[in-house]
Ligand binder design. Structure first.
Ligand SMILES: [Zn+2]
Length: 238
């Protein structure tokens, strides 16, 4: 048996562990992203509500000012009613006062609407701020867990990397070179080494030639899949 096989078996096992650790690491990253997104949504709502409120408050100040102006004009015109010189003038002034009255009612209705909308926004703001506080404290725990999982899996990955290097140093140069190249190219979560399954490559499922399978059975050379170039391990190796 080619002694490289034994080492490749070890590397294969390490790669499977590394695949699992990579998955854990990605899940932890995803978790952290989700938590950040949740917080961001509350923060965005708070900022938007504050902007809307500032706008409406400006609007309300303008509406109050306009109401004061209308009121003043109405009082001025009403005072003149009593000193009207004739019926025509009196009628004209009366009409003006009536119009101002109508404008004042419109203005007061608009003002009430604006006040009500500001009240609504205040309620939204209070709720969003509470949500943010809740989500920050509730997620503190999850965040810690995700951080721990991330640290654990990346620690495990570098540990595996270290052991793998010592194994790679022990196989023939040609094989370790090949391994490193395929590890850059492969999308297989278990890495560049794959097991033969029912006479086919475990990575790309190409049916392997009887000659290649024979070579492997005799344990002479290390064989690569002719299609995906992954390093092949016999199927029955324990
Ligand atoms: Zn293949």
């Amino acid at each position: 048996m080619n002694p490289n096989y034994e080492i490749l078996e070890q590397i294969y096992r390490l790669d499977i562990d590394a695949g699992a650790a990579t998955m854990d690491w990605r899940n932890a990253q995803k978790e952290l992203n989700e938590l950040a997104k949740r917080t961001k949504a509350s923060e965005d709502l708070i900022n938007k509500t504050k902007t809307d409120m500032a706008f409406l408050e400006g609007e309300l100040r303008r509406q109050y000012k306009r109401a004061d102006e209308l009121d003043e004009r109405k009082n001025e015109r009403s005072a003149k009613l009593f000193s009207a010189r004739n019926d025509d003038e009196h009628r004209a002034l009366k009409r003006e006062v009536d119009n101002l009255d109508r404008d004042l009612r419109d203005s007061s209705r608009r003002t009430e609407e604006t006040e009500a909308r500001i009240e609504q926004l205040k309620a939204i703001l209070i709720k969003a701020e509470n949500d943010l506080k809740d989500s920050l404290s509730a997620t503190a725990d999850e965040r810690q867990k995700a951080h721990d999982a991330e640290a654990r899996s990346s620690g495990r990955l570098s540990e595996i990397g270290g052991v793998r290097e010592t194994y790679l140093a022990r196989v023939d140069d040609r094989i370790s070179q090949h391994y490193l190249r395929i590890s850059k190219l492969t999308r297989n979560p278990n890495g560049p080494v794959t097991r033969v399954v029912s006479g086919a490559c475990g990575n790309c499922h190409l049916s392997l030639s009887p000659q290649l399978l024979n070579n492997m059975a005799r344990g002479k050379d290390i064989e690569f899949c002719p299609s995906c170039n992954h390093i092949l391990l016999p199927h029955n190796q324990g």
